[in-house]
Design a protein around this ligand. Structure first.
Ligand code: PGA
Length: 257
């Protein structure tokens, strides 16, 4: 059985004070929500205080980026050594980072390896643009991204890798992929690529999330899909009540399965 994940990607939102207020608001209500990994991926400046706030709770913490060197003259970057004691996970290769900050399949792969070397679970993002989608290139492009990200990663290491399929056209637009389409791409492209590379056992165990305009209205249908193991959620993860509901639905739907 794959334990579902509800990961909030806060992007460049929330000051430290706002992050702490969120932690305060969700701690109690989420304490009894089992059967789902609840992860908040906050900005670097909020990670240390959030780690304190989450201590002793079942909430996990993730960063939204990482650099692959341990230390050195890399102004503005944050290394795995700095993250490993406060974070459980790290988002790698989000489409916004690929689009605005020059991340490539190669840097994504380096970052995954750095995260692995320091015991951090990677949430690796893949997904096609609107143009690629309309041109019928989704399967080929997403498959290629998955393979490139996992280049040189062993079957044993796959236990520390989560993949998030996030079609770019669905991110922040309010226009999520249909549950059927998301399930199909995740099953027939992403999980299929993992199976091809590592065999059926690893493919069966790998958790693959859907991201892109997940909200309190569509989460249930998305979570009901057999190949969708949770969500990577931007906008709807910013409000405590919404995030609590998303986590509960993931736990309820997947727990009953
Ligand atoms: P969204 O963002 O839920 O606001 O569409 C998802 C993401 O970018 O991870």
């Amino acid at each position: 059985m794959r334990i579902p994940i509800m990961a909030g990607n806060w992007k460049m939102y929330k000051t430290i004070a706002e992050a702490m207020a969120f932690a305060e608001a969700v701690k109690e209500p989420l304490a009894s929500v089992d059967g789902v990994e609840k992860v908040i991926c906050a900005s670097f400046v909020s990670l240390a205080p959030l780690a304190e706030a989450f201590r002793g709770t079942s909430l996990k913490l993730g960063s939204q980026n990482i650099y692959w060197e341990e230390q050195g003259a890399f102004t503005g970057e944050v290394s795995p050594l700095m993250l490993k004691d406060i974070c459980d996970m790290v988002i790698i290769g989000h489409s916004e980072r690929r689009q605005y900050f020059g991340e490539t399949d190669e840097t994504v792969n380096k970052k995954i390896k750095a995260a692995l070397a320091h015991g951090l679970v990677s949430i690796v993002c893949v997904g096609e643009s609107l143009e690629q989608n309309q041109a019928g290139e989704t399967e080929q492009f997403v498959g290629k991204q998955v393979r490139a990200a996992l280049d040189g990663i062993t079957a044993e290491q796959m236990g520390s890798i989560v993949i998030a399929y996030e079609p770019i056209w669905a991110i922040g637009t309010g226009l999520a992929a249909t549950a059927d389409d998301a399930n199909r791409i995740i099953g027939q492209v992403v999980r299929a690529a993992v199976k091809d590379l590592y065999g059926s056992d690893v493919a069966e165990q790998t958790r693959i999330l859907y991201g892109g305009s997940v909200n309190t209205r569509n989460v249930e249908e998305l979570m009901q899909q057999p190949d969708i193991d949770g969500g990577l959620v931007g906008g709807a993860s910013l409000k405590p009540d919404d995030y609590i509901m998303l986590a509960k639905v993931a736990a309820g739907v997947k727990g009953a399965a």
